[in-house]
Write a protein that binds this ligand. Structure first.
Ligand code: C2E
Ligand code: CA
Ligand code: CA
Length: 414
C-alpha cells in the first residue's frame, strides 16, 4: 500500500537538510522559498533560490550519497515529502531504461556541481569521484544498466524478427469435451531468438507492448493464423461456426489480442483486408481478449468489439475469473464465449471453493447463452468434472499440445 503523503512546515531560517548529511528524500515546495547553499573555500555560497512547485534535494531519490548542498527556508515554507522508497516502488516493474536515464542524469548533475564547487585543482578529482571507469561503485546500478542495454538490444532484435523469419506460431487444439472432436485452435506465438533459442510469448510480448512493436508483431500473427487456417485441409465454408454453443462445423482459429492492440484500432483497421487476402471466412476467426481490456477502457473496447462482431468474427473472454471484472460487462459487450482460467482447472479436483466457482461460471455462461472453454486441462479426471459443471470445450496439454501445424482431422479419445 502507498503510504499517505507527508507534509512539513519549516519556519524562516530552518534547514530542510545540511550539506554532508545522509539523505533519502526530496521535497516539493508547496508554499514559500528555499535557499540552496554549498561551502566553497570554507564559505557558504548561494546556488539557487527555489519557490513554489520546485523540487529540492532530488539527488537523494536515486542514490544514497550525502547531501551536496544545504537547503534553508527563507520564509515559512510548506513542502510535500517524496521518499526514495516511494520512487523505487514506482520504478519497480517499469522499463529499467527509465531508472538508468534518471540516475545517469542526476549523476551527471552531481558531477557538474561537484566540479563547479571544487577547490582549485580538485575539479578533476570531483568529476572522477562520481564514477571512475571500471570501478564498481554501485553493483545494483551496474546490473540495472546491463539489463536496460540488453532490453534495448532485444527490442532491436525483435524489430527484425518477422523479416528474418524468426517468428512462428503453434496451434493448440480446442477439443469438444463431449465427443473429442477439434472445434478450433489457439494460435500461440514463438520467437526463435538468434542467441537464446526458442522463446515463449511471456518472454517477449511485454517488451513488444512497451515499444509499439506489438503492432507489427500482432499483424504478423493475425495474418499468419488466418492464412494457415484458410489453407488447412478441410477448408470448409464456415457454415455452422456461428458461435452458438456446441455448434459443429469448420474449426476456428483464436488469436490473442492485447489491450493496446485492441484499443488503438490499428489491427482492426487492417482486419478486413487480412480476411480478404487470406480468404478466411470471418466466422472462423476468434479474437481472444482479457477482462482487463474491458475495464480499463470500456467505451473504446465496446466500439472495437462491435467492429469485430460486425465483420462476422467472434470474441472470447480469456483468463476468465482472474480479472475481477463486473459481471454486467458480459451482456453489455458482444462476447461469444468464456475461457475459464487455468488456475481454477488446476485446483478444482482438490479445492471445494474453486470447484464451486467452476460450476458457477458454467451456469452463468449457460444463462447468458455463452460458449465455454476450460483451459489448462492436464488430467482425465478434470475432463469429467468440467463436463459435470457444464463446460463444452477444453484446451490443455492433457488433450493436445500446441503443434506446428493445424491438423483439422485429429480427434481426441474420450
Ligand atoms: P494464454 O492466452 O492463456 O494461452 C494459453 C497458454 O497456456 C499457452 O502458453 C499454452 O501453451 C499454455 N497451456 C496450454 N495448455 C496448458 C496446460 O495444460 N498446462 C499448462 N500449464 N499450460 C498450458 P504460451 O504459448 O506460453 O502463451 C502464454 C501467453 O502469451 C498466452 O496466454 C497469451 O496471453 C500470450 N500470447 C501468446 N501468443 C500471443 C500473441 O500472438 N499475441 C499476444 N498479444 N499475446 C500472445
Ligand atoms: Ca489466450
Ligand atoms: Ca488464457
Amino acid at each position: 500500500m502507498v503510504p499517505p503523503v507527508e507534509r512539513l512546515t519549516f519556519q524562516p531560517g530552518m534547514p530542510l537538510f545540511r550539506e554532508g548529511e545522509p539523505g533519502d528524500r526530496a521535497y516539493v515546495i508547496e508554499r514559500g522559498q528555499v535557499e540552496i547553499t554549498a561551502l566553497w573555500q570554507g564559505e557558504p555560497v548561494r546556488l539557487a533560490v527555489l519557490g513554489e512547485r520546485d523540487l529540492v534535494g532530488e539527488m537523494a531519490l536515486v542514490d544514497d550519497q550525502v547531501r551536496s548542498a544545504t537547503a534553508t527556508a527563507l520564509e515559512e515554507t510548506e513542502v510535500v515529502v517524496v521518499t526514495r522508497d516511494r520512487v523505487r516502488r514506482e520504478l519497480e516493474g517499469a522499463n529499467p531504461l527509465l531508472e538508468v536515464l534518471l540516475r545517469g542524469t542526476l549523476e551527471r548533475l552531481r558531477t557538474t556541481s561537484g566540479m563547479v564547487l571544487a577547490q582549485p585543482g580538485e575539479a578533476h578529482e570531483a568529476a572522477a569521484g562520481a564514477r571512475r571507469p571500471g570501478q564498481d561503485r554501485d553493483q545494483r546500478y551496474d546490473a540495472l544498466r546491463h539489463s536496460a542495454l540488453r532490453r534495448l538490444k532485444t527490442e532491436q532484435q525483435l524489430r527484425e524478427a518477422p523479416d528474418r523469419g524468426e517468428l512462428s506460431l503453434r496451434y493448440q487444439p480446442i477439443v469438444s469435451l463431449t465427443d473429442g472432436s477439434t472445434v478450433g485452435f489457439e494460435a500461440l506465438v514463438r520467437w526463435r531468438h538468434p542467441e537464446h533459442g526458442l522463446l515463449s510469448p511471456d518472454e517477449f510480448i511485454p517488451i513488444a507492448e512497451e515499444s509499439e512493436l506489438i503492432h507489427s508483431l500482432g499483424l504478423w500473427v493475425m495474418e499468419t493464423a488466418c492464412r494457415t487456417l484458410a489453407e488447412s485441409a478441410t477448408g470448409g465454408d464456415g457454415t455452422g461456426s456461428n458461435g452458438s454453443p456446441g455448434s459443429a462445423g469448420a474449426p476456428y482459429v483464436a488469436v490473442n489480442v492485447s489491450a493496446h492492440q485492441l484499443t488503438d484500432g490499428m489491427l482492426l483497421d487492417r482486419l478486413p483486408a487480412i480476411l480478404e487476402d487470406t480468404g478466411l471466412d470471418p466466422r472462423r476467426l476468434v479474437v481472444e481478449i482479457t477482462e482487463s481490456v474491458l475495464m480499463e477502457n470500456p467505451e473504446t473496447a465496446r466500439a472495437e468489439l462491435e467492429r469485430i462482431r460486425d465483420l462476422g468474427a467472434r470474441v472470447f473472454l480469456d483468463d476468465f475469473g482472474t480479472g475481477y471484472s463486473s459481471l454486467s460487462y458480459l451482456h453489455r459487450f458482444p462476447i461469444s464465449a468464456l475461457k475459464l482460467d487455468r488456475s481454477f482447472v488446476t485446483t478444482m479436483l482438490d479445492d471445494r471453493g474453486s470447484r464451486q466457482i467452476v460450476h458457477a461460471v458454467g451456469s452463468l455462461a449457460a444463462q447468458l447463452g455463452l460458449a465455454t472453454v476450460a483451459e489448462g486441462i492436464e488430467e482425465e479426471a478434470q475432463v469429467a468434472a468440467l463436463r459435470d459443471a457444464g463446460f463444452e470445450w477444453g484446451q490443455g496439454f492433457g488433450l493436445a499440445e500446441p503443434a506446428e501445424r493445424i491438423d483439422t482431422a485429429r480427434r481426441v479419445a474420450g
